[in-house]
Ligand binder design. Structure first.
Ligand SMILES: CC(C)(COP(=O)(O)OP(=O)(O)OC[C@H]1O[C@@H](n2cnc3c(N)ncnc32)[C@H](O)[C@@H]1OP(=O)(O)O)[C@@H](O)C(=O)NCCC(=O)NCCS
Length: 163
């Protein structure tokens, strides 16, 4: 991601459809987002952030992160979202997941990649399972939704399981 991506990122985070199943964070002003993007740390083993772009035109449509990896565990947590919702269902989520997981296993030498997803986020769970993620467990009432609680599903992918 580049400093000039800040406005797009801020717009995604203020789109209720995009953030519907994401963990709510304190709202961030556009100015604060711009400051954060101007000072993005270089990617590292513990935090690697990637932009997702369209194949034709290279338009920024989303981002994905491998975070909190440690050499002792060789395990990272993954976040992904396609912020341009008119691109949902075009195959970019699946493609980006495969690419970032391959990067995690091949370049970062990870052993496992894990993620949390809201149990009702069926599209995301479908995509995760399509690339080989399996359900490890369920954290009951761990996600505060609008007016009710939702379970979070823990999923993981081990090296050699990417399909
Ligand atoms: C989840 C997300 C990353 C998927 O990206 P995407 O580019 O739309 O995914 P793809 O186009 O590669 O694949 C979508 C798949 O979901 C399926 N799908 C769509 N809606 C579905 C639903 N309600 N239930 C089950 N499957 C669904 C599609 O049929 C397609 O599967 P197929 O390729 O086997 O036909 C994207 O929708 C997104 O960013 N959503 C908002 C943020 C989010 O929820 N992030 C994940 C947080 S854990």
């Amino acid at each position: 991601m580049e400093p000039e991506d800040a406005d797009t990122f801020w717009r995604w985070n203020n789109d209720p459809d995009v953030v519907h199943w994401l963990q709510a964070d304190y709202p961030e002003s556009l100015a604060a987002t711009r400051r954060r993007f101007a000072d993005l740390k270089p990617n590292s083993y513990s935090h690697a952030l990637f932009a997702i772009e369209t194949i034709t035109g290279g338009k920024l449509i989303g981002c994905t992160t491998l975070r909190d990896a440690t050499p002792e565990t060789a395990r990272a947590e993954l976040d992904i979202y396609i912020g341009e919702k008119d691109q949902w269902g075009s195959g970019y989520g699946t493609d980006a997941l495969r690419t970032v997981c391959r990067y995690g296993f091949d370049a970062m030498r990870l052993h496992s990649i894990a993620l949390w997803v809201v149990a009702e986020n069926e599209a995301a769970i479908h995509v995760y399972q399509k690339v080989g993620f399996r359900v490890d467990g369920r954290h009951r009432d761990a996600h505060r939704g609008v007016g009710r609680w939702h379970d979070l599903i823990l999923m993981s992918l081990l090296e050699g399981e990417l399909t």
